[in-house]
Design a protein around this ligand. Structure first.
Ligand code: NAP
Length: 335
């Protein structure tokens, strides 16, 4: 049996196992850094394989002419990382000490790991409304999604009436994107005023295929195998109504998985990891790098996450080659 146990001192530990984490692992492993990946213990936030495990068909990841399922893509990336010597532990990292050198990580299994460099790739989770049928139909590919760019072009949504829930920029962007395929897009928003930036709101409201259902919350997602409609409630009058739709796109924001990093590495106001240098993956802590959705509140695509995973591994490799901890300590001491 393979021994995946941590060594006395790791060179690089990768936390997270979506496209960013696996790509970082592939690059780090091929650079002979023998990376150790904490792929997550399978809690709802830290599911091994990340958000792609919730999607069905991925049609926009280059190299797969006929599409690939999210799970297959993640299994292939994992296997590719293992092929080059990546060690994998199915545990969460629940605490970090970045004040110490080497850096210290503690896992959900009580394991303590010392490492020269860390790559953060814990991703972000789309927020859901929290309705039982919403979750069921999202997981079964029954017409509920939190990613219009991923799923909007699927045949089931062509020339249909689709709903987008949310009133922010993401909702406007998703609604506009969906007009390429849909007959009509109904934006369901819980207030009478959009949160979206003026330019995005104006653009969406001017589109003849988009209408807004103001002051409405979704009480229930209707349908058995596939979504057939939404049960809405007016937040002002309390009146209930049904809206027949063939697709629901939830666009009410994302939550980055940075809870265990608070006070340890600089985060932006919205909780995402702050990246002090443009086009680099360094964080505020020397030797700690970040990639994928945990630092990207803008693109959030599998392929862009994979790209930044590659960048993080190269940045970590160069940092280690230039002395890593010793160099950082000398700089801190003013040498
Ligand atoms: P957001 O700005 O936080 O907006 C979330 C929207 O969802 C709000 O309208 C909110 O309603 C609604 N909402 C939240 N929880 C809800 C619930 N449980 N049920 C129903 N509605 C709910 O999130 P975002 O739109 O994803 O944007 C995040 C950030 O990315 C923003 O800074 C945004 O400007 C940026 N962004 C920019 C672009 C662009 O410029 N092209 C595109 C996408 C995102 P309330 O308004 O009532 O709170």
């Amino acid at each position: 049996m393979k021994d995946n146990s941590p060594r006395d001192l790791e060179q690089v530990v990768i936390i997270g196992s979506g496209p960013a984490g696996w790509t970082a692992a592939i690059y780090a492993a091929r650079a002979s850094l023998k990376p150790l990946v904490f792929e997550g213990a399978g809690s709802r936030t830290m599911i091994p394989g990340g958000q792609l495990m919730f999607t069905t068909e991925v049609e926009n990841y280059p190299g797969f002419r006929d599409g690939v399922t999210g799970q297959e893509l993640m299994m292939e990336m994992r296997a590719q990382a293992e092929r080059f010597g990546t060690r994998i532990l199915t545990e969460d990292i629940v605490d970090v000490d970045f004040e110490q050198r080497p850096l210290v990580l503690r896992s959900s299994q009580g394991r303590e790991v010392r490492t020269e460099a860390v790559i953060l790739a814990t991703g972000a989770n789309a927020k859901w409304i929290g309705l039982p049928n919403e979750e069921r139909l999202a997981q079964s590919g029954g017409g509920v999604s939190a990613c219009a760019v991923c799923d909007g072009a699927l045949p089931a949504f062509r020339d249909r009436v689709l709903a987008v829930v949310g009133g922010g920029d993401s909702a406007m962007e998703d609604a506009l994107y969906l007009t390429k395929f849909a007959r009509e897009v109904v934006v369901v928003h819980r207030r009478d005023e959009l949160r979206a930036s003026r330019i995005m709101a104006d653009r969406a409201l001017a589109n003849p295929k988009i209408r807004v259902a103001w002051n409405k919350v979704v009480l229930e997602v209707l349908g058995e195998g596939e979504i057939t409609g939404l049960l809405l409630q007016d937040t002002v009058t309390g009146e209930k109504s049904e809206l027949a739709v063939s697709g629901l796109f939830v666009a009410i924001g994302h939550t980055p998985n940075t809870g265990f990093l608070e006070g340890k590495v600089r985060l932006k106001d919205n909780g995402y990891v702050e990246m002090p240098v443009p086009w680099r993956t360094h964080t505020s802590v020397p030797g700690v790098f970040a990639c994928g959705d945990v630092m990207d509140d803008y693109y959030r695509q599998a392929v862009s996450a994979a790209g930044t995973g590659c960048m993080a591994a190269l940045d970590a490799e160069r940092w280690l080659a230039h002395g890593g901890i010793a160099a950082a300590a000398a700089t801190a001491a003013g040498h």
